[in-house]
Design a protein around this ligand. Structure first.
Ligand code: PMM
Length: 296
């Protein structure tokens, strides 16, 4: 992976493959395994270093999916991507240990757990035993209820998210997961208002001090649509298909504020924007496509 001169972390693009009927921006598009595998390959050609495969929507109000159904959705896709011999790493977006275990056996080498090992008591052991990387994300409440009116509330959102991530990092280390395998994510949109999301992005450098690479996931999210509604000439919120410019802006600023991994649906345009942003900052993001070079 690319190591930036003078920087302790590598910058990576994580492309999203949602094998779900109900994800907020691409639900139903990649339910067919062949379409999902093809999409994953395209994301790698576009520059993704990681392909994140998910079989359960975590959008606000989403209903949980049984293990068997989640496995039925994601396993053929992980197997197909692994068989394709991509140079990108395969990540499984799940909080269920049996799904993670099966995906790791099928070729995934990262577990993206939006519950940060709280939902399934066996998850940390599955990750530790496999030697996989993991992403531990902050979420207040759970997807079914996290954005209900009246909540979410924080006294200091950055302080509370930071303390949570610190505690989860220490838990993971205590479970035997190597420090260099752990990534942390403030969970943009997971039990947060527009202002909470903006404050987390603005004060992202405070989370970089936790000592693990920071993953940021703003792609096409609802808070962007509500902010874009106030842009010159706009009269209504932007729907998911109109949020690319907002996705780019938030990822560029997250790069400037120390984020390492950028979880996005639109890999090519975000990768191009980050290349320009990094060149301007003088940090030297390398925009090569991992799909065009041999696996390392
Ligand atoms: N967002 C979604 C799903 N999984 N995982 C991480 N680590 N960070 C996120 O922000 C995140 C996630 C939201 O759903 P999507 O797959 O439709 O973007």
């Amino acid at each position: 992976m690319d190591r930036l001169v003078g920087m302790a972390v590598s910058h990576r693009l994580m492309g999203i493959v949602n094998v779900t009927p109900d994800s907020f921006s691409d639900g139903g598009l990649f339910l067919d395994p062949g379409a999902a595998i093809e999409h994953g390959r395209t994301l790698v050609t576009d520059g993704a270093h990681i392909v994140d495969v998910g079989g359960e929507s975590t959008r606000p109000g989403a209903t949980p999916v049984a293990v068997e159904e989640e496995l039925r959705r994601v396993l053929p896709v992980v197997e197909g991507l692994a068989a394709a011999g991509l140079s990108a790493q395969i990540s499984i977006d799940t909080y269920k240990a049996p799904v993670a275990r099966a995906a790791l056996a099928a070729g995934a080498s990262m577990v993206n757990d939006v519950s940060a090992f709280r939902a399934d008591p066996e998850m940390a052991a599955v990750v530790a035993e496999s030697g996989a990387d993991c992403c531990l994300m902050h979420m207040l409440g759970e997807p079914a209820t996290m954005q209900r009116p009246g909540g979410p509330r924080y006294t200091d959102v950055v302080g509370e998210v930071g303390a949570f991530l610190q505690e989860r990092l220490e838990f993971a280390l205590g479970e035997g997961i190597a420090r260099e395998r752990i990534l942390l994510d403030p969970g943009i949109g997971f039990g947060k208002t527009v202002d909470h999301n903006l404050e987390l992005l603005r004060r992202l450098p405070e989370l970089s001090t936790l000592g693990a690479p920071i993953v940021i996931g703003t792609s096409r999210k609802g808070f962007l649509g509500r902010i874009i509604a106030k842009a010159p000439g706009r009269t209504r919120p932007a729907d998911a298909a109109e949020r690319l410019a907002g996705t780019v802006a938030s990822n560029v600023l997250a790069l400037e504020r120390g984020a390492s991994v950028f979880r996005v649906h639109d890999v090519a345009p975000v990768g191009a924007a980050l290349a320009v942003a990094a060149a301007t900052l003088g940090t030297g993001w390398t925009a090569r496509s991992p799909g065009t070079t041999p696996a390392t």
